[in-house]
Design a protein around this ligand. Structure first.
Ligand code: PLP
Length: 404
């Protein structure tokens, strides 16, 4: 008998769980499913700018061997220069680690830090890889509240109340997946002040940094953490540059590195153990960061993503029993369902019922470590006609839906 290891007991990643498996079974049986469950830009017509592809192809002959485990120097320098344009001047190329997507670097950063009993503060709702990686590393994820009634902003009082002597760091996802919130400077400064007061590291997941709507302004955490707070910034090419499948991301470490030398040695060790990130995709970083910032034309008012987000928020709010806070950034809406009206006690079942009846795949809220069955996440990547039709079908489905 082969059984999975005990360390997986508390590891959950339900955005790719049973509901997706059912969708895959239905697809294998010939049913067409509208996938509004994963932020994967390319299948919805958001293809990478040619300049990135051409540059990668051009470099293929030089990308045959392993690279340095941190990543190729030209790409790490490009990351340094990119953050310099944002006002972050203390970053050195040796503080940058390239990975097979941000995902690999998140698990690596948690593995290198956590001992049993160590606590990391994570938002609820969260992007579930954070909670899963902390649990896998043997640490304890402690969820702090993001307040829907306050535009999904993190509740600073709740964060402060949950800090203990075992707290090592705090995860901040900005712009946020799944809520679409983009945090103000004051709010980020409030988080930094708590981190400084309690000697915590800040883990800034900024993979959606270029995807903001209207007048929302994304502020990089490392511009605020300065010399006193250790900041690990995670970003990459999957979303803004639409090449999620190539797997290319980076981790940039700023702040009091002398106080974190053992931790950084641990990160280096784990980076060495996996040899290096996929080398052809590392070459895309310089082309992307130096080149045309293609996502920007898509999110401007006349652009595709902004129009899709507006339509989705408006149509969701028109459905009786559904309410949503319009997103200021990222690719998602985290919508609230009136559980009494629909008799919903199990949000995974809600997602399965919607899938089976309307062939629309969404992610249920509890997959994001949200502890009530009253939310689901919608991806706003399809064109407006497709979203319009999908949301009409959702309204039709909910009209008369009762789970109990
Ligand atoms: N962080 C957040 C908040 C995400 O939403 C995602 C992907 O959806 C990731 C990290 C992982 O991205 P990558 O493709 O770089 O592994």
């Amino acid at each position: 008998m082969f059984t999975q290891s005990a360390k997986l007991a508390n590891v959950l990643y339900d955005i790719r769980g049973p509901v997706l498996e059912e969708a895959e079974r239905m697809e294998a049986a010939g049913t067409r499913i509208l996938k509004l469950n994963i932020g994967n830009p390319a299948p919805f017509g958001f293809e990478a700018p040619d300049s990135i592809l051409v540059d990668m192809i051009k470099h293929l002959p030089q990308a045959q061997g392993y690279s340095e485990s941190r990543g190729i120097l030209s790409a790490r320098r490009a990351v340094v220069q990119y953050y310099e344009t944002k006002g972050i001047r203390t970053l050195d190329a040796d503080d940058v680690y390239l990975g097979n997507g941000v995902s690999e670097l998140i698990t690596l950063a948690m593995q290198a830090l956590c001992d049993p009993g160590d606590e990391i503060l994570v938002p609820t709702p969260d992007y579930p890889l954070w909670t899963a990686s902390i649990a896998l590393a043997g640490g304890t994820p402690v969820h702090y509240r993001c307040a829907e009634e306050d535009g999904w902003n993190p509740d600073l009082e709740d964060i402060a109340a949950k800090i203990t002597p075992r707290t090592k760091g705090i995860v901040v996802i900005n712009p946020n997946n799944p809520t679409g919130a983009v945090y103000s400077k004051e709010l980020l400064e409030g988080i930094v002040a708590l981190a400084e007061q309690h000697g915590l590291a800040v883990f800034a997941d900024e993979i959606y940094e270029k995807i903001t709507y209207g007048d929302a302004q994304m502020i990089n955490m490392a511009t605020l953490t300065g010399d006193d707070v250790l900041c690990l910034t995670f970003s990459g090419l999957s979303k803004a540059y639409r090449i999620a499948g190539y797997r290319s991301g980076w981790l940039a470490i700023t702040g009091p590195k002398h106080r974190a030398s053992s931790y950084i040695e641990g990160i280096k060790l784990l980076a060495n153990m996996r040899m290096c990130a996929n080398v052809p995709a590392q070459h895309a970083i310089q082309a992307a960061l130096g080149g045309h910032q293609s996502i920007e034309d898509l999110v401007l008012p006349q652009g595709r993503l902004g129009a899709q987000m507006d339509l989705s928020a408006r149509k969701l709010n028109e459905i009786d029993g559904v309410e949503v806070t319009p997103a200021k950034g990222a690719l998602y809406l985290f919508a609230k369902l009136d559980t009494e009206r629909f008799g919903i006690v199990d949000d995974e079942r809600f997602a399965l019922d919607l899938l089976r009846e309307q062939r629309i795949l969404v992610s249920h809220g509890s997959a994001f470590n949200w502890n009530r069955p009253d939310h689901f996440r919608l991806v706003t990547l399809p064109g407006v006609e497709v979203l319009d039709e999908a949301l009409n079908r959702l309204a039709e489905f909910l009209d008369g839906y009762r789970q109990h």
